[in-house]
Write a protein of this length. Structure first.
Ligand code: FAD
Length: 515
């Protein structure tokens, strides 16, 4: 039901947009396998991939897809658009794991970044360098997946320090947002662990930037939602990798105690990762718990309606396997954990970091991965987290029980976030803020619009209650909302756009400058 109409649309698009062809025929690419005379792929598969994403909520057809085999291919494409009297939109597509069309380019060209990974070309790949006195780092192509960065760096006994929960995302894609997980309190988000980048601006210039070199571009690109340039290389901070982890999940029925313990754990040295999530009456089983523990937890969740699960991880090496438990007892005493139900598990670092892949494989097998994902991700000021809990998590999410989530909630230390980066976080002067991820997946029983309405009610509640949230992975369609989102950063954001992408060519799917 999908392919035939798609092919027809594809042909119609090609015919109706034929006027753009002379423009695009100028692009002489090094790619031998592009399927059209204008060097862009317009076959059904290319177009289908480029016009969809993980969210499955939005579909926008590009004119064609560039499958670059070198960075110069992308430079030439951007240059062609920039020097043309009628510039066309260009969007880098990392792994397409946005949920609202952010990597799409309606009637423009989508650059399929993964093509740079072709083993036959001279790609940027992943190169590890440095030494113990000056520090280690990896030069990584913007198209690389974090799972590949992990595997390549572990071969050297090293690893990046800051992660996302899920590793099948590209370096360019997460650096365009922030890249957060339970390590962000200890090392800052991924955007704070980049030493240098190569970026193709909207003028088609390939520029190397860092804190000291072209720093305006460097900070603009970090969390810049793809607006200022296409990241083709990032130099990522590495540290010596541990090989094992002690993994804790602690269950609470009291929100105040849960958040107090989370905040304590991110305020002291000891743990390497702290997150948290909701357990609701209808939450699916978590393979972390044994079946008997799972049944205790689920009957408690049915009784209470909502439970909170603190998740903390301590990295360690085989050499201290005999002393790690004593060490942990000392840390837990210091933080004075306030709970009755503590569960632990031992895992390899790799299996812990790659934990969401197991869930993906399971959901794929149940046909529940390739479904719509009307997600809402928020940064909430710490001072209002208790009001947010009552008004949103208890009164809306738990009571309405529309889907099973997952729903994440954890505090992040602000100190790792350089204010010069584009990414917007709560403006409140506090040393922590909370991240809340309402990661709804909808099966056939629920229409995504029902969740969208719920999301809107959550945003309205925050607005009426004066809770000054910021959206993470933001989605707005009106410029006025974007201006409010960036707040004090808007004028610099706009100035950087005028400077590095004055014809507003890049990442139109974010709908910031080209709504
Ligand atoms: P895409 O969706 O392809 O692109 C995102 C945006 O970045 C687009 O605007 C695109 O044009 C731009 N872009 C892509 N590549 C480049 C580049 N090289 N240079 C410049 N701009 C570029 N995020 C977190 O922070 N923490 C998490 O734990 C986390 N978990 C996730 C789990 C899942 C299952 C999913 C689907 C997403 C998760 N995310 C998480 C969100 C994720 O970080 C973003 O959606 C990210 O944009 C996805 O990366 P991508 O490579 O798929 O980017």
């Amino acid at each position: 039901y999908f392919v035939l109409p798609f092919m027809i649309i594809n042909i119609l698009m090609f015919m109706t947009l034929v006027s753009s062809r002379p423009l695009l025929t100028n692009i002489k690419l090094s790619s031998p396998n592009q399927t059209t005379e204008n060097n862009l792929c317009i076959d059904t598969l290319c177009m289908k991939t480029a016009s969809s994403d993980f969210g499955k909520l939005i579909q926008e057809l590009p004119f064609g897809v560039l499958q670059p085999l070198s960075v110069s291919d992308i430079v030439r494409l951007v240059n062609t658009s920039y020097t043309s009297s009628s510039p066309f939109a260009i969007s880098a597509r990392g792994n397409g794991h946005s949920v609202r069309g952010q990597a799409m380019a309606k009637d423009g060209v989508v650059v399929e970044m993964s093509s740079l990974n072709d083993s036959n070309n001279n790609n940027t790949g992943i190169r590890v360098s440095g030494n113990s006195s000056l520090g280690f780092y990896a030069d990584v192509g913007g198209e690389q997946l974090w799972i590949d960065v992990l595997q390549a760096t572990l071969l050297h006994g090293l690893a990046p320090v800051s992660w996302t929960d899920y590793l099948y995302l590209t370096v360019g894609g997460t650096l365009s947002n922030a890249g957060i997980s339970g390590q962000a309190s200890f090392h800052g988000p991924q955007v704070s662990n980049v030493l240098e980048m190569d970026v193709i601006t909207g003028k088609g210039d390939l520029i190397t930037c860092s804190k000291d070199m072209n720093s305006d571009l460097f900070y603009a690109v970090l969390g810049g939602l793809g607006q200022f340039g296409i990241i083709t290389r990032a130099r990522i901070v590495l540290d010596k990798a541990h090989n094992r982890v002690k993994w804790f999940k602690i269950i609470y029925d009291d929100f105040a105690k849960f958040t107090k313990d989370q905040e304590r754990l991110i305020s002291v040295d000891g743990f390497d990762y702290v997150e948290g999530s909701l357990i609701l009456k209808n939450s699916p089983a978590d393979s972390f718990f044994s079946p008997s523990n799972e049944s205790i937890i689920s009957s408690l969740a049915s009784e209470k309606g909502i439970l909170y699960c603190l998740e903390a991880v301590k990295y360690y090496n085989d050499q201290i396997i005999n002393t790690i438990d004593e060490e942990l007892q000392v840390i837990l005493k210091v933080v004075n954990i306030d709970s009755g139900l503590i569960f632990t598990k031992d895992a390899t670092l790799f299996n812990f970091l790659n934990r969401v892949r197991d869930e993906e494989v399971l959901l794929q097998s149940l046909g529940l991965w390739e479904v719509p994902h009307p997600w809402l991700n928020l940064f909430v000021p710490r001072s209002r987290i208790s009001d947010f809990n009552q008004g949103v998590l208890v009164d809306i999410i738990s009571k309405e029980s529309l889907t099973t989530g997952p729903f994440l909630i954890y505090p992040i230390n602000r100190k790792g976030w350089d204010a010069r980066m584009s990414v917007a976080i709560p403006e409140e002067d506090d040393d922590m803020f909370y991240t809340v991820a309402l990661l709804n997946s909808v099966g056939p029983a629920v229409d995504p619009s029902v969740i969208d309405k719920q999301n809107n009610r959550i945003l309205e509640f925050c607005n009426e209650a004066g809770i000054n949230i910021k959206q993470y992975l933001p989605h707005y369609t009106k410029k006025v909302d974007w201006m409010k989102h960036f707040g004090a950063k808007w004028s610099v954001f706009k100035e950087m756009k005028d400077r590095f992408d004055p014809k507003m060519i890049l990442s139109p799917g974010q709908r910031i400058f080209n709504s």
